[in-house]
Design a protein around this ligand. Structure first.
Ligand SMILES: [Zn+2]
Length: 323
């Protein structure tokens, strides 16, 4: 029922109000780990520290479940499409709230005594809960004012630092030398600017939403992606459905391939209604215009095109295989 909803906003609200309080319960204690030293930005160190944390794995699973993409779909793109934030941010915020409470002395004598022991360990430079939470705060440049952390400011700072980290990593991933990542988000980085939730997640039915998400974040089986897994050079990942001798990437599929001319005409008719200048755009700009458009009619027409063309492609390739 939850996956079938057309509203990611509702899904995210249910997740935040029902699931999140359960999975982060008492995370101010068990959820504060010793930060990894990466020598890079604060959020980069935190990502390394918590990437295998079970709450973070579940967080991404919930996002992928709604998108309908496989478990290996790129994490950065999943964050990008849903506007989701890492769940360990809640650990840190809970930890900072707890620190405030301890500093105010608003707890029992045993807890206060334990806190005093932590302070001694912290002053001696030893690893303890207090040293870990202080390192977290230091990584995002938050210093407690008279022993008190401004929680509202901390939340905003984490969100802002994550947006900067996300954009930087997206650019880095397009130039990655790691063969499993190389070029993975090359197309995505062209049209996705910020880690904000995409409008199509709040208006499409499940089958269209899944195809749209898979197409956008390269979790599909076009040659550009299957060839990457087989280590085939990019120039040799040719489209098998037309005789254009072009690389079958997202742009070829959407605005070039002659196999989908009929379906494309229907899409372009809708685009023309939304913008009278659409036909004047170059192929690349048509692609970018379609992928970034927030008009519901255009979103629906685009998702229908992707859905119909994926079906057509699978049928033709299957038939060719049998013959
Ligand atoms: Zn083609």
């Amino acid at each position: 029922m939850i996956q079938a909803t057309k509203s990611f906003t509702l899904y995210a609200h249910l997740y935040r109000s029902v699931v999140l309080p359960v999975i982060t319960y008492a995370s101010e204690i068990w959820g504060i780990k010793q930060p990894a030293k990466t020598g890079k930005s604060g959020v980069h160190s935190l990502q390394q520290t918590y990437k295998n944390c079970k709450t973070e794995v579940l967080n991404l699973l919930m996002c992928r479940y709604f998108l309908g993409t496989h478990n290996r779909s790129c994490t950065l793109a999943v964050y990008g499409e849903t506007g989701a934030l890492p769940v360990y941010f809640e650990h840190i915020i809970n930890g900072a709230r707890y620190l405030n409470r301890l500093n105010e002395g608003n707890c029992n004598a045993l807890l206060l005594e334990t806190f005093e022991c932590n302070k001694l360990l912290y002053d001696e430079g030893q690893n303890c809960w207090l040293s870990n939470i202080m390192q977290h705060l230091s990584l995002v440049n938050i210093l407690p004012n008279s022993g008190k952390v401004n929680i509202k400011f901390l939340r905003k700072k984490l969100q802002k630092d994550f947006a900067t980290y996300w954009k930087k990593e997206l650019n880095v991933s397009t130039q990655s030398e790691n063969p499993s990542l190389k070029g993975k988000l090359r197309t995505y980085a062209k049209f996705k600017e910020t880690n904000q939730v995409e409008p199509y997640l709040n208006c499409l039915q499940i089958s269209l939403r899944k195809d749209m998400a898979r197409f956008r974040i390269s979790a599909h089986n076009l040659s550009i992606e299957t060839g990457r897994h087989q280590n085939i050079p990019v120039k040799d990942r040719i489209c098998k459905l037309c005789d254009m001798n072009c690389v079958e990437d997202e742009m070829h599929f959407l605005v070039e391939c002659t196999c989908y001319s009929h379906e494309r005409q229907l899409l372009y008719d809708n685009a023309q209604v939304a913008s009278a200048n659409f036909s004047l755009l170059t192929e690349e700009n048509k692609f970018l215009w379609l992928m970034t458009n927030e008009n519901r009619d255009v979103i629906y027409a685009l998702a229908t095109y992707i859905n119909n063309c994926f079906t057509k492609r699978n049928f033709i390739l299957k038939t060719k295989c049998i013959m």
